[in-house]
Design a protein around this ligand. Structure first.
Ligand code: AP5
Ligand code: MG
Length: 213
């Protein structure tokens, strides 16, 4: 299965992606995670990405298309399928993805769009915490780690600062709609109500994927 998961920053793409990977065994490809790994390793691409991510801006298309093209050519993709998270984010990226998939003789099966009220997203992003060791994502209030947890074992993302979040939301609201329209025309999109409990969202995601399969 070759799927996209779309939604505004904080919509729950990563949270649902982890569950989809567990249930369906697809390879999870998050361009945001790839950039953060490159930033951590201080590669040249990581340094370039950081200069955009820290401002809440999109990394240039040619850089992003390049890393996706390379990743999709790896051998696990044809074995497991993929779930692309956070890509494409511009129409140019959507067109580049079409070409990459054509070259690999693959085609998209569906687009899961997690629809959320933008007003709830600042609260979600400001309370997000990530486990340092496993990378698992939680929320201080909506999805806290089990038991008495040690705050020092968790970190917050640099780009979850309120000023950056506002810019990320503006950029993604402007860029996201044309991409959804692009895939709606191809009849690939299933909309999921994202303003529900995480497990309920996942129930709806599973129904959507089982329909796509
Ligand atoms: P990226 O890492 O993709 O960030 P994003 O799109 O802004 O999305 P997030 O990861 O912040 O949110 P999410 O939807 O995954 O939510 P999550 O599940 O964590 O990209 C970061 C940056 O990299 C971009 O700004 C850009 O600069 C660059 N970049 C990446 N891709 C690019 C591309 N294609 N082109 C150019 N640049 C690119 O959930 C959020 C919080 O809410 C968590 O705390 C979670 O526990 C909680 N939560 C989740 N679901 C629920 C629920 N149902 N109810 C209550 N709380 C919930
Ligand atoms: Mg994410």
């Amino acid at each position: 299965m070759y799927l996209l998961i779309m939604g505004l920053p904080g919509a729950g793409k990563g949270t649902q992606a982890a569950k989809i990977v567990d249930a369906y065994g697809v390879s999870h490809i998050s361009t945001g995670d790839m950039f953060r790994a490159a930033m951590k390793n201080q590669t040249q691409m990581g340094k370039l990405a950081k200069s955009y991510i820290d401002k809440g801006e999109l990394v240039p298309d040619e850089v992003t298309n390049g890393i996706v093209k390379e990743r999709l050519a790896e051998s696990d993709i044809k074995e497991n399928g993929f779930l692309l998270d956070g890509y494409p984010r511009t129409i140019d990226q959507a067109k580049a993805l079409d070409q990459i998939l054509t070259d690999l003789d693959l085609s998209l099966d569906g687009v899961i769009n997690i629809d959320v009220n933008p007003d709830s997203l600042i609260e979600r992003l400001s309370g997000r915490i990530i486990h340092k060791e496993t990378g698992e994502t939680f929320h201080k209030i909506f999805n806290p780690p089990a038991g008495d947890y040690n705050q020092d074992d968790y970190y917050q993302r640099e780009d979850d600062k309120p000023e950056t979040v506002k810019r990320r939301l503006d950029v993604n609201i402007a860029q996201g709609q044309p991409i959804l329209d692009y895939y709606r025309e191809k009849d690939l999109v299933t909309d999921i109500e994202g303003n529900q409990e995480i497990d309920q969202v996942f129930e709806d995601v599973k129904k959507a994927i089982d329909n796509i399969k």
